[in-house]
Design a protein around this ligand. Sequence first.
Ligand code: ATP
Ligand code: MG
Length: 486
Amino acid sequence: MKFSIPEEVKNISLVLSSAKFENFLVGGCVRDLALGRKPKDWDITTIAKPEEIEPLFEHTFYENDYGTVGIVDETPRDESLRVIEVTPYRLESTYSDFRRPDKVEWGTTLEEDLKRRDFTMNAIALDVEKNELVDPFQGQKDIEKKLIRTVGNPDERFGEDALRMLRALRFASELNFAIEQETLEAIMKNAHLLEHISKERIKDELIKIVMSENPSIALGLATQLGLLKYISPEFEKGVGVEQNQAHAYTVWEHLLRSLDHAAKKNFPLHVRLAALFHDIAKPHTRKWLNDQWTFYGHEVVGAKIAKNVLNELKFPKEIAEKVVKLVRWHMFFSDTETITLSAVRRMVRNVTPELIWDLMSVRAADRIGTGRPKESPYRLRKYHSMIEEVMRDPISVKQLKVSGGEIMELTGAAPGPHIGFILEILLSEVLEDPKKNEKEYLESRVKDLYALPPEELAKLGLEARMKNESEDEKESEEIKKKFGVK
Ligand code: ATP
Ligand code: MG
């Protein structure tokens, strides 16, 4: 087989060889070439030490603690060529904390370096000039059989670095490979070691799983093999939890099916995570009422749990905030038979215009994930057109045709909370009927409202704010209290 390697990569290899440093392509890129997939990045392993690699290239930087030198192309013709990593041969060393080698030691042969790698498919080297594979652990055979197998004794290898177990699951999802039996048994036996792994590393693997083509492969394996609670105990609570007749699946199965649909549709990370989290609180809120299970308030409690879990896993704030909003509002369309435009306007305001279409995507994933999609495509189209219609309408105080400054000018009022109350009341009227966003009308309302006794204005203002925020935000505080989430 002739492997197609970019000129840029070949050149780096040639520079190393010309300086008499043996070097090979290694890891994910060789695996992907053997599979006929396009490599995401290119890694080179070499006998040269960092201080020998650096002077050979113009733009380099130290990548990490493992002696990796990044060779930088600032104007690459392909993103995978921006940084090419060159790492000296390394030895496996002792891992007293199950996660980081106690010290990094250089190796002297390629075989030593391949031996410390995680799986046979990732331990194949490619001699660039000869176009020849070096494959001491029969990685090609496993690739043919679509099998994930550790290099050497799986029990020992997972003891050295427990994250490898999660990597095995991640590769199962990304490549649609099975996990070889002994490796599988060792994962089951060593699952508890994941406790020692940092949340950041777990999060990085979880993101890769969620972004893969079939996330439910990895998360389903995590469930069977006892790894799920080390990703988050909240996920495990949904396992086996039965729902009402509207659902063919248990809570956890439903979340996995929703996530798979989001992946199939190629939705972005925050939408996929919202699909995975949207019913996370159903086990907490489940109640038997009138001969069936109910989950009243699960979206309110769920938003809180999602926030805590994402925070614990150290997800970036921007991602977490989006996911939390989507979880909080995912129930919107489901139980309203006759939905009004003003309700849709409030929804756009709550979830923000930026996220409203993502909310529809979560809704679609949720619907497909039930296994018994009840909602007709007609109804979904109707929601779509209603959203489009209200997207042109004012939904915030800033969009009113009268400003706080103008209110003060008009009435001679001093700055203070009363200005905010007037604006909220005006907004509540405009959310109800956007035609009322007219200067003349609003100015006359300003005068009426300013004439009210201050307590009266404050009461109306607070009510309007509550209503503008959402129809049921009052209840949500009660719900959170009841289920003991903060
Ligand atoms: P991807 O396509 O996602 O980049 P990859 O196989 O390249 O997959 P990386 O995390 O980039 O995965 O790691 C590069 C290589 O380093 C792996 O192929 C493997 O040989 C080795 N490796 C990475 N992490 C570990 C680990 N925890 N233990 C042993 N070897 C590892
Ligand atoms: Mg890689």
